[in-house]
Design a protein around this ligand. Sequence first.
Ligand SMILES: [Cu+2]
Length: 170
Amino acid sequence: MKTQKLALYTGVAAIVIAAGATTLAIQANEPTPSTASVARDGKAGPTITIYKSPSCGCCQSWVEHLEANGFETKTIDTSNINEVKQSNGVPREMASCHTALIGDVVIEGHVPAADILAYLENPQFNTVGLSVPGMVQGSPGMETGRKDDYQVIAFRANGQQSVFREYTAY
Ligand SMILES: [Cu+2]
């Protein structure tokens, strides 16, 4: 009788240990694959809406640069891009070919994807967004072979500007 009881207890203990080991294994393995897949397929990027003229080729190239960096893009062709700039607080001296919106953040012109992500992580107080004014050769979407120096500008609606990032000899 005594021996039978002991055998029963030992059996129960073995089952509990086995179940515990399975739970531990699941907990240890689960977070790793999901985190890795988010980073790998690059689907975690922000959603951006791009307003551009239908005939703007460098605008389209910039959209592709964003997509290659994990952004979800929505392109809206418009024949009145200046109106989009005005209604979103883009000063005339900040203007470029296309205007893009991420929520209420304005991205004007050929701003590199990395700078957009850095700005979104750490938005600057009272700024409207970022701009690369004009059409700088060498900036993303403007790969002509020439690489001119340029600045990414954080701008305010009142016209104040600060240099967010500078590209020289890149
Ligand atoms: Cu352009």
